[in-house]
Design a protein around this ligand. Structure first.
Ligand code: GRF
Length: 195
């Protein structure tokens, strides 16, 4: 059975979808949900689901990412995850941190990578007149929002779409895609899931 830790920064809807999927014959179980924001709504949801939680406030560390990560790594090492899932985790990780978890760290990004790495992905798809948008799960490497693709889901961009209406349509697919990818990945299968 694989041990999964999940990093979040906010409400954690993707995290909840992952937790809800790791039951029955799923090859993994959650061991920790951690956040860089002690006030993240997702921590309450994880605790209510009976999963251990931890919070390391990044703000007192200012620009000192390495010291922030050193405290975070203490919690992660105590949980000893086989797989680390970034789910709406909004801190950019240092190359040292990435090296520590490389080959077993996943992220979900709300665009059809390699299109639109970074922020404001939905508005950029609308401004570009794209017919399709979506989300991507990839292995994390030292290059932001890059790394081997593990899954993608596509949605139409509809006339009159705003960034919010498109984000809501994509989020529904995120909650299908990430659990499907994690189930396959935890079984040692890196073939991309395409929805
Ligand atoms: C999601 O759209 C995810 O792709 C992005 O941040 C959003 C977070 O959602 N990285 P949640 O915190 O999982 O609800």
């Amino acid at each position: 059975m694989k041990r999964v830790a999940i990093l979040i920064s906010g409400g954690g809807s993707n995290m909840v979808a992952l937790l809800n999927s790791m039951t029955g014959d799923h090859p993994a179980r959650p061991v920790l949900v951690a956040s860089n924001d002690p006030g993240a709504g997702g921590l309450v949801k994880a605790a209510a689901a009976g999963v251990a939680t931890a919070a390391v406030d990044h703000r007192p560390y200012g620009k000192d990412r390495a010291s922030f990560e050193a405290e975070l790594v203490q919690h992660l090492e105590a949980a000893a995850p086989d797989i680390l899932c970034l789910a709406g985790f909004m801190r950019v990780l240092t190359p040292d941190f990435v090296r520590r978890f490389e080959g077993r760290m996943l992220n979900i990004h709300p665009s059809l990578l390699p299109k639109y790495p970074g922020l404001h992905t939905h508005q950029r798809a609308i401004d570009a007149g794209d017919a399709e948008a979506g989300c991507t799960v990839h292995e994390v490497t030292a290059v932001l929002d890059d790394g081997p693709l593990l899954g993608q889901a596509r949605v139409p961009v509809l006339p009159g779409d705003t960034a919010d209406s498109l984000a809501a349509r994509v989020l529904v697919q995120e909650h299908r895609l990430y659990p499907a990818v994690l189930r396959r990945y935890a079984a040692g299968d890196r073939r991309p899931v395409l929805l």
